[in-house]
Design a protein around this ligand. Structure first.
Ligand code: SF4
Length: 369
């Protein structure tokens, strides 16, 4: 027992990410690979990579080699539309946008309304289709290039079924069960679903790169077992850490605990109140004690959120760290700084989300490039 648990459907405890690299059999995202990324894209790395929010990979070295020798690659990611998206859901999409922009590659985004309907007892098919539309607006608001970004919803993009059939013949029940944890009570639609999820990795005859949180890795491990036997590449992946919820560094921000999450559609005022009330700090019991002994940014969700997304400037992040450590900065001020950043982000996102309503059709993938 490591004191933490990571499966595609559950993340608990304080995750030891180095242990996870060992247990999942992935590779660390090294300085060398990151330097090569910067060099090939002629860009400065964004904070997600500089600060190792993305920390692990499979075959990313091969992706870079393919890019370098002109073969190219493509990106694939997705979203299960079971409810509103929160900050933790959207951050990996910003990292994906950076990759797409700098490498100039195609990106496919699968919206798994079928999956969420099949796997979530409480949701009707109408619900997941409605959430699909809602979530697509949030994704478009990230600012993807409409000429290279193809969004499709499984229930609408029925061509995917045809692609899933050869895959379905390569996965046996025990392979799928090992990854998804199926039981005798699992619905038969759930058991077919892994074939649908793997299909987009074959959309182009190039290597596919999937940026996602590391808990999704087992799905792609399954794809890597049979891809070559169908004449395709094993998919590559870049793995991110989890964005913690407001109330603690353990686990991840979860839609099932609404008070621990900031939703992209939250009213900025309400979001500010939620942060003020619930965000865990690494502060001392009294202001006096904090001035004397300093705070503990390592144990602080407020600091973590600055680190992961809300303070892109490394120098300012370090200044905040030291000001906290030596007692110059108190948690009230620090929280107010974060609230301001989160509110500005939400206002801008919500403005772009409104504009996205007019762009949905432009992004829809029909199977033709
Ligand atoms: Fe966290 Fe800021 Fe308080 Fe330090 S001052 S413990 S970084 S909230």
């Amino acid at each position: 027992d490591d004191g933490f648990k990571v499966t595609p459907w559950d993340v608990e405890g304080l995750v030891d990410y180095n242990r996870l690299i060992e247990e999942f059999g992935t590779s660390p995202l090294t300085d060398e690979l990151l330097e090569k990324t910067a060099q090939l894209t002629k860009s400065e790395l964004p904070l997600y990579f500089r600060r190792r929010f993305f920390f692990s990979h499979r075959d990313y070295d091969k992706v870079l080699a393919d890019y370098e020798n002109g073969k190219g690659f493509f990106l694939y990611t997705g979203r299960g539309p079971s409810g509103p998206m929160h900050i933790g859901h959207i951050i990996p999409f910003f990292a994906t946008k950076w990759l797409q922009e700098r490498f100039g590659v195609n990106l496919y985004i699968q919206i798994t309304d079928d999956e969420k309907f099949l796997f979530k007892e409480r949701l009707t098919f109408e619900d997941t289709k409605r959430w699909a539309y809602d979530n697509i607006l949030d994704i478009i608001a990230v600012g993807f290039d409409p000429d290279r970004t193809f969004i499709f919803q499984d229930s609408e993009f029925t061509k995917i079924y045809e692609m899933a059939i050869p895959i379905a013949k390569k996965i046996n029940y025990s392979m799928a069960k090992a990854v998804f944890g199926f039981t005798d009570q699992s619905k038969i639609g759930m058991i077919f679903y892994p074939a649908i999820q793997a299909a987009p990795t074959f959309f182009e005859r190039k290597r596919c790169l999937i940026p996602s949180a590391i808990d999704q890795d087992p799905y792609w491990r399954l794809q890597r077992d049979f891809a070559e036997s169908l004449g395709y590449y094993k998919t590559a992946a870049l793995h991110s850490k989890f964005v913690p919820g407001l109330m603690g560094l353990e686990g991840k921000m979860s839609a099932s605990k609404p008070e621990t999450a900031i939703y992209l559609t939250d009213d900025p005022e309400e979001a500010g109140k939620k942060l003020w009330k619930y965000a865990l700090t690494g502060g001392r019991a009294t202001a006096k004690e904090q001035r004397e002994k300093g705070g503990n940014p390592e144990k602080c969700v407020v600091f973590k959120w600055f680190e992961i997304f809300f303070e892109p400037d490394d120098k300012k992040l370090m200044e905040r760290y030291h000001a906290c450590k030596n007692g110059e900065l108190l948690c009230g001020q620090c929280k107010r700084d974060l609230i301001k950043r989160v509110q500005d982000f939400l206002r801008e996102h919500q403005r772009r989300r409104k504009e996205a309503e007019k762009k949905v059709e432009k992004f829809k993938y029909t199977g033709e490039l």
